[in-house]
Design a protein around this ligand. Structure first.
Ligand code: ZN
Length: 484
């Protein structure tokens, strides 16, 4: 029996189990046995031709099976097989210190604890002062990165972000305070960094990074740190770094788990070597949908900050060709070998991507229109929260289905709503009357739209999606319902 470790996003298909022991002489046999036991997992791991999907990597112990015998790789009883899906966060990289990087007496005192480490010293601190680092995102990962890189004396820190601070950010984005809610994240972050260390220059790039502007923005920096929370930007940052030859210090987070590595550094692998293609939209939830432990971006962001400082100083062993996996619940770090893929479409021997592409299209994510949600009109198959309330008040006969998760239902719910989490909808259709008038809701209207689609496909005729979900209910019908 080989042990298969199931990562968080796939545990919904294994009855929440994080490890499953299944028999099999080869990795392929083991995965077949696993997906026979958990059929819902099958289509997540295999494509229609029965091949392992390219956004899932399979490791036998710490080796990628693509570089062994793939599916035919022999699996022994005490082997551990890891499924690693993509998750919806040297000395040559910097110019030699210039005269401008000379330290003032004030700086010498400030950086005293650095200067007395032989591996850093005056010269190292000058390298830090001369360094130019770009942080993509001023959110969960960007917060600890910004604070510590400023404190450490990285001379020029660019930040790309166009968001404003939201109340729900404060649980983890420790660079912003309660008073900053509603302010631009860049203004809030720059202010804190400057307050910690007035010697550093913070460059604010208040823009959405795109194929049109990425090369132009990235080219002025020595190191790029990826703190994004979405796949289009992640692939964009990767490709731009490969094309420009800049190291990409990568981190990503989900619930209790994180990943970190350094891509595109001195012949090392890139993100596409690991994940040539993104997962289908909607499969991997974002932090907004799936949640994240507030402390987690601190841990991962500081691993990124550490790697950044090591690259600037040219000391230690950079996290290149190694994917660090962190599991906060087990408090375990694991490391998997990453290899440069000679067939990689961007950094391989015969690259097919030689300039930036349309990443929203590539990831199957339509670009969100900028128009505020309340301006959009009600589409067919949708119903406003006030109309649902009116139906209740009139005593109309209809079924209200809540497709959120049980733990969300406990936070708040609409009296009379019946809880059927989205993942259970397909197998619980039998509980519902096909002729009934059905209204479906979730938190904001996205998951309920999917549930409506499932119901309509199954032949339910009177199905409507409650627009804006329970958040809109709280705004427009019952303000005593808490928002989360
Ligand atoms: Zn590559």
């Amino acid at each position: 029996m080989a042990k298969v470790l199931i990562p968080t996003p796939l545990r919904q298909f294994t009855g929440k189990r994080d490890a499953v022991s299944v028999p099999g002489a080869t990795v392929g046999d083991v995965l077949n046995a696993l997906t026979t036991e958990y059929p819902d997992l099958r289509k997540q791991i295999f494509n229609d031709e029965g091949k392992v999907r390219s956004f899932v990597n399979v490791y036998l112990n710490d080796e990628d099976v693509r570089y062994m015998s793939k599916d035919a790789t022999a699996a022994k009883d005490d082997d551990t097989i890891s499924l690693v899906p993509s998750i919806a966060g040297g000395s040559t990289v910097t110019a030699p210190p210039q005269d401008a990087a000379t330290l003032s007496n004030d700086e010498i005192l400030r950086y005293s604890r650095h200067l007395i480490i032989p591996e850093v010293g005056i010269e190292g601190q000058q390298k830090l002062k001369a360094a130019k680092v770009l942080l993509v995102g001023a959110g969960g990962l960007g917060a600890p990165l910004g604070l510590y890189l400023a404190a450490a004396g990285v001379g020029r820190i660019g930040m790309v972000d166009f968001d404003v601070v939201d109340f729900t950010n404060l649980q983890r984005q420790v660079i912003h305070t309660t008073r900053d809610v509603g302010r631009k994240k860049l203004d809030s972050a720059a202010e804190k960094m400057q307050a910690i260390n007035p010697n550093v220059t913070v460059v604010k790039h208040e823009i959405a990074l795109s194929s049109e502007n990425a090369l132009d923005i990235l080219k002025d920096y020595d190191i790029v740190v990826d703190g994004t929370d979405n796949f289009p930007t992640r692939y964009l940052v990767n490709d731009a770094c490969v094309l420009l030859g800049k190291p990409n210090v990568y981190g990503s987070i989900f619930r209790f788990e994180g990943q970190a590595t350094v891509f595109a550094y001195e012949g090392g692998p890139c993100y596409r070597c690991l994940y040539p293609e993104p997962p289908p939209p909607g499969l991997v939830p974002s932090c907004a949908e799936g949640g994240v432990l507030g402390i987690l971006p601190g841990t991962i962001g500081l691993i990124q900050a550490t790697e950044t400082v090591k690259l600037i100083l040219g000391i230690g062993e950079p996290l290149v060709g190694r994917l660090l996996l962190y599991d906060a619940l087990g408090m375990r770090f694991r490391e998997l070998k990453l290899r440069k893929n000679p067939e990689c479409p961007v950094c391989g021997e015969h690259p097919t991507i030689t300039r930036l592409i349309d990443y929203h299209q590539f990831c199957g994510v339509p670009q969100q229109p900028a128009a505020p949600a309340q301006e959009t009109k009600v589409n067919e198959g949708e119903i406003e929260v006030q109309d649902v309330k009116a139906m209740m008040d009139r005593g109309d006969k209809f079924v209200l289905i809540d497709v959120r998760e049980p733990h969300e239902y406990k936070i708040c719910n609409i009296p009379g709503a019946r809880l059927i989490p989205l993942g259970e909808v397909p197998k619980r259709l039998g509980e519902l009357d096909r002729a009934a008038d059905i209204v479906v809701h979730c938190k904001s209207g996205m998951r309920s739209a999917k549930a409506c689609g499932i119901l309509r496909q199954a032949g339910f005729e009177h199905v409507r999606n409650m627009k804006g979900g329970i958040l809109a209910w709280s705004d427009k019908v019952d303000p005593s319902v808490p928002k989360y």
